[in-house]
Design a protein around this ligand. Sequence first.
Ligand code: EPZ
Length: 417
Amino acid sequence: MSKLYMTGQKRLSGDVQLQGAKNSALPLLAATVLAQGESVLYNCPQLSDTEASLRILRWLGCGAERCDGVVIVKNDGIARHDIPDSFMRQTRGSVLFLGAVLAKQGRVRLSLPGGCEIGQRPIDMHLKALRRLGAVIKERHGWLDCRAPHGLKGADIALPFPSVGATEEVLLAACTAEGVTTLTNAAREPEISDLADYLNRCGACIRGAGESVIRIEGVRALRSCAHAVIPDRIVAATLIACAAVTGSSITVKGVIHSHLSAVLPVFEDAGCTFSAKENELHMTAPARLHSMKIVRTMPYPGFPTDAQSPLLAAAAVADGTTVLIENIFENRYRHVAELTRMGADIKTEGKFAVIDGVPQLYGAAVEATDLRGAAALVVAGLCAEGKTELDGVKYLDRGYEHFEQVLTSLGADIKRI
Ligand code: EPZ
């Protein structure tokens, strides 16, 4: 089991190319099930989560090969409709194969995706939406057996919450359904628009992605195409947090500024300055951050929940008190105990975290228990005095591509052993 070893308080500098978005690549890989022929995904990050999706595609009968950041999926027909439990448990993105395989095969059998470290992660909204489209779903002993005996039919669907996964599930299931589907209270994340762009390029007819109301006119079949995955806005926010806590100036390349419209103002309040040029973002951090006052996580375009953990680590060394309100997941403060071992002064109560900034953190042996919590501990290790040993690197590898190499290229003292 590898660990990361960091020696903190090294100033970062230079520039870094932003990886493709994990939370876009996962629905896109599921969507290739719908597109007959050879789909090419550029800028597809190499992560344990994306590799798990490639394994599922191969199991289903597709060819799925990777050459660096390019993934080629050859889909000449899906041979199976069942996905083994072992595959389902490897990544949350696997639940998106539910809608895609059901739409393609008229049937799908898979195990309920496990909850994970940040919450119970139910999929009731996914299932209710698929039933509205005509799916017959039996849930038994943790298994889902879904059929669409008469095919899927367009319907009006209203989500009780703008769930990212449920929105993606509807796009995948409805784009080849018979008739029109109107989805209201849809998630507006950039990853939704990226999925709709790919599907439309394959011949789908999806209008309004990125807004709260999406209209999907079912088409008979989709043809494969080539598509570039959007950059990862959460990795960008994490790199910003790494530079913010080390008083650094860095440039992030390949960024889409509008995706960070809720993130940059928070770091500006903390004393960072940003300048944008085409698809580059240059930032300079102060010697010490001011507190971020109050930050609440919201569905896009609000402050993203996935950036809350790295932000919390930055707030731990800011001058003053920051209050974080986590409105999306019920258990997203698990890394706080580890930050406390490093000298942070943080109190959590339900969705609230009150962070009293300390002048500095101290290196310690810490353990990650979820993806963004691991990122938060890296942020803390980069600014702590002395050495930090991070266990649980497998969580980081789910969403950050070669992260220690990226940070080393910026001047950090970080090694994987
Ligand atoms: C996606 O998860 C992302 N994962 C998450 O990123 C991200 O935090 C989340 O969207 C919010 O932006 C992927 O895209 C693979 P939701 P998802 O459905 O789709 C509840 C990361 O760190 N809910 O918008 O699961 C749910 O429990 C990960 O990269 C239901 O109750 O998020 C949560 O409290 C973490 N029933 C809230 O809604 C449902 O049927 C938002 O979940 C679906 C969701």
